[in-house]
Write a protein that binds this ligand. Structure first.
Ligand SMILES: [Mn+2]
Length: 388
């Protein structure tokens, strides 16, 4: 066969054409082979060069149903991102169930859920997952429920650093200020909007805009140009009324009371920019973070820690706007060594807790009054001042 077509290139071409014309079956086979090669080429090209949004939706399209999983402390960015994934899934007839481990605690987060009429399912173990395949949003490794270690995510979309990956799709962008801005980009790419082929429901646009606003502290922290691009895309469809209702939720009696105690009992360290406050007994831990959020607003104050007691434990919630004070490390230094203590956080916020019989050594009743040289509040001041 090779022998038959040897010779100068023009002659080779002529003889090939002649051969094919003599045997139509060869022509059909050649056309079919070319079509297969072309289709495979187009598939591979799209698979590896298509925009992330197309790749993600193509991955979703392969499934009949999917779980969109949030982290154990669902915040507006996580909730809005999950809603966006569900919308993208529905656009290709894939059923999506939004689930989360842990609790939706903070009043802003609960307001988000209520105002935007979200329906999120809580899970306790991996058995509760509503489908076999899981898409993670706003985190890249499953956590916070029994069996989390055994869950192998199908897809991951996140803006936190980490090594978590999805089997079919991964888009982790630590340079972004929010996960909502990544998903706004997907929706825009896919033509969701007033002028596009697909709808951009008001509650989704409102949620994503709020998610961006909340993760970037109203476009001031960790905010990048994709957040502004996303905001200008979302804004026309968002509801200003709903944004306001989420941002200014009604607060309950207990939270107001704890805030007022935190304000009255605040102590500084000889006129320094740091505050601590012991509010005594509290009903729920969230009221401590609400109180810390309130105290950090005081003029001239750059870092605060509020402590309170509940269920036989002493809890602390800290905030810092001071580059010299890493709040997570401050609480670590102050709580480390106390038996049974746990603590954590990042530069801007952190929390800690210790069971009271152990905290007893740090004289909890006197914490608010004088703390003493070994008291928790004294150690907190020393840690914030970089003396520990
Ligand atoms: Mn986030």
């Amino acid at each position: 066969m090779y022998g038959q077509v040897s010779g100068n290139p023009a002659a080779v071409g002529d003889r090939l054409v002649e051969m094919v014309l003599q045997r139509p079956v060869l022509l059909i086979a050649a056309v079919a082979a070319a079509a297969v090669v072309l289709a495979a080429g187009v598939y591979l090209l799209r698979r590896f060069t298509a925009p992330a949004s197309e790749q993600f939706v193509a991955a979703l399209e392969e499934l009949e149903e999917v779980v969109v999983l949030m982290h154990p402390t669902p915040d507006p960015d996580a909730m809005a991102s999950a809603m966006a994934v569900a919308t993208l899934a529905e656009s290709v007839d894939t059923d999506a169930t939004i689930q989360y481990p842990g609790k939706i605690r903070r009043s802003e987060n609960r307001a988000f859920e209520a105002v935007l009429e979200c329906e999120f399912d809580r899970i306790v173990t991996d058995i509760d997952l509503a489908a076999d395949e899981v898409v993670l949003v706003d985190h890249n490794e499953p956590r916070g429920f029994t069996g989390a270690d055994g869950v192998d995510p199908y897809a991951v979309i996140d803006h936190h650093p980490g090594d978590g990956e999805g089997r079919a799709f991964t888009d982790v962008r630590p340079d972004h200020g929010s996960c909502s801005s990544i998903l706004a980009e997907y929706l825009a790419d896919r033509g969701h909007g007033d002028t596009g082929d697909r709808p951009l429901p008001s509650r989704l646009a409102t949620g994503l805009l709020y998610g961006i606003q909340s993760d970037t502290t109203s476009f001031t922290r960790g905010c990048t140009s994709p957040e502004f691009d996303a905001a200008s895309y979302l804004f026309p469809a968002a509801s200003a009324d709903d944004l306001d209702r989420i941002a200014n939720p009604e607060i309950d009696d207990e939270t107001l009371d704890v805030k007022s105690r935190a304000i009255r009992r605040r102590r500084d360290d000889g006129g320094g920019p740091f505050l601590v406050s012991h509010v005594g007994s509290i009903g729920a831990r969230e009221s401590l973070s609400a109180a810390a959020d309130e105290l950090i607003r005081l003029e001239g104050i750059t870092a605060v820690v509020v402590t309170g007691e509940t269920d036989g434990e002493l809890h602390a919630s800290g905030r810092s706007q001071d580059d010299r004070v890493h709040m997570g490390k401050t609480l670590e230094v102050a709580f480390d060594g106390l038996p049974d203590a746990s603590f954590g956080g990042h530069s801007r916020m952190g929390g800690g807790r210790v069971s009271l019989p152990d905290a007893g050594r740090t004289e909890p009743p006197q914490l608010a009054a004088d703390g003493g040289p070994t008291g928790l509040h004294a150690r907190l001041f020393a840690a914030m001042n970089g003396e520990l």
